[in-house]
Write a protein that binds this ligand. Structure first.
Ligand SMILES: [Zn+2]
Length: 244
């Protein structure tokens, strides 16, 4: 009998859990943009991929609000929630209220947890180790997440290609800290799975009162270059940011 990896109870059958929620697969309502690529082939999966070895029906249901709250802000209300970035002419980034940071963090760590426990080929590279249990306890106990915990860099991609698996670069190293890279719908996120304080521009973003989304033309865009430009523009307006 399969065991639910969340509540650890046995069930005759588990739910069909999407690691990347379905709402993010066909996010623009026109075409599915979920691509699986392996060494040999590339396939479209119109409803994304699901894994029936992760959650029981009850756990799937009880935590589905984490996905739907994130879909609500990232896919449906994003344009309405925009706050002008620095000045009206600034074309480098979007921002939304800092209150959404927690919703987005919980969503990102829940996706990563599912990816980590999943048996699907496309998520093999995501292995959170001890963070599987730590993340579960944060979500089960509805803990408040500190600003430096699971801090993330977000990018909004103007010409998205969709969600590509396996991820081209899963784990990035910034100043010796580990960040997982997730490409979901028209977003790219780097999430810190590491208990140390973020550094440099990542700390500036974590300290920022709003959630910043750097604009990126394509997912292959030069992340370092756009972030440096963003930082320089910010400093030109608000003064030098102390480096840590
Ligand atoms: Zn369960």
């Amino acid at each position: 009998m399969p065991i639910c990896k969340w509540c650890n109870l046995e069930f005759s059958k588990l739910a069909k859990s999407h690691v990347i929620p379905q709402a993010f697969v066909n996010f623009d309502g026109i075409t599915d943009k979920y691509l699986i690529s392996t060494d040999r082939y590339r396939a479209r999966r119109p409803i994304g991929s699901y894994d029936s070895s992760i959650l029981c029906l009850k756990c799937e249901h009880n935590y589905s609000h984490i996905d739907s709250e994130a879909a609500d802000i990232l896919l449906h209300k994003f344009d309405k929630e925009l706050i002008k970035f620095n000045d009206e002419r600034d074309q480098k980034a979007f921002q939304i209220d800092g209150k959404f940071s927690e919703v987005i963090k919980k969503f990102l760590i829940y996706v990563l947890w599912r990816a980590s426990v999943s048996q699907l080929h496309e998520f093999q590279a995501v292995k959170l180790g001890p963070y599987e249990e730590i993340i579960k306890s944060v979500l089960v106990n509805k803990e408040n997440i500190g600003k430096y915990d699971y801090s993330f860099m977000a990018y909004r991609v103007e010409n998205p290609i969709g969600t590509l698996f396996p991820f081209p670069r899963v784990l990035r190293d910034y100043d010796g800290q580990k960040y997982y890279c997730l490409i979901i719908a028209n977003y790219l996120f780097d999430i810190k799975i590491d208990n140390r304080k973020p550094t440099n521009v990542y700390k500036v973003v974590a300290d920022h009162p709003h959630v910043v989304f750097v604009k990126l033309a394509t997912i292959e865009g030069n992340l370092k270059k756009v972030m440096k430009e963003l930082l320089l523009r910010h400093e030109a307006k608000f003064g030098k940011i102390p480096r840590t």
